[in-house]
Design a protein around this ligand. Sequence first.
Ligand code: BEZ
Ligand code: FE
Length: 297
Amino acid sequence: MDGTPGEISAEQQEREAALVERVLASYADTPDPRTKQLVEALTRHLHAFLRETRLTEEEWKRAIDFLTAVGHITDDRRQEFILLSDVLGASMQTITINNEAYANATEATVFGPFFVQGSPDIGPGGDVAHGAPGEPCWVEGTVTDTDGKPVAGARLEVWEADSAGRYDVQYGDERVAGRGHLHTDDQGRYCFWAVTPTPYPIPDDGPVGELLRATGRSPMRASHLHLMVVAEGYRTLVTHVFPRGDAHLDSDSVFGVRDSLVVDVHQQIPTTPTPDGREIAGPWARIAFDLVLAPER
Ligand code: BEZ
Ligand code: FE
């Protein structure tokens, strides 16, 4: 026999199944029922993977080395385990499970590693860019509940990469750019200046990058602007807006794209008056995006 699953003898299959049962039995006295459920399911799925793929001892060692490298590159500035979860689609699946579609509420997507607590308060019409290079982009919309009632005083957190494809925290200096927060007005309206989102690669100089290259996958994220909306009585919304027409919408490296989050970016020629009278020498753009919040569960 050559070891393909179809040719495994009944005796061998029994030996493997008996081991799975022994491991499962070892958890019989787990006091917390949820912990018991998780370790039992993990055991069943992990052993199913090992048995289905007929994992070799060399491959097992390679997997251990890979996970060790993921641990070694992780520190308080870089979280390679989350990146791994992202490229495996595990982050997006967890978000999907925990943010069930609710009426017409805006869909959630990945949080990513570049949010920073304590962003500057830019106020209505303020500029998130704060010197970040990129084409100026006016973003406006409303925050409402699923019946269309305005949500006043909602806190909107915004963060994005600059046109060089980097977040401020990736420069290794103290700059704060491409991030900020503001609140909706009495009618639930918001507006701010940002830079037009452009595509960028996720960090691919570590083991996750190696995995992407070994599987012929691109590290590129579809262009996006991150938004988080926090309002009392509503489910916190973590989402993105994705410009329509972006080349990476169908191959986003972390599977974050949802059709409902893809928006038109309206390019404006130089000399077009801006909504707030800001003087801009070159071209600029505008995006309209209404956010709908689900009630808190
Ligand atoms: C981001 O959009 O910022 C991001 C998300 C997942 C992995 C890396 C970056
Ligand atoms: Fe991002």
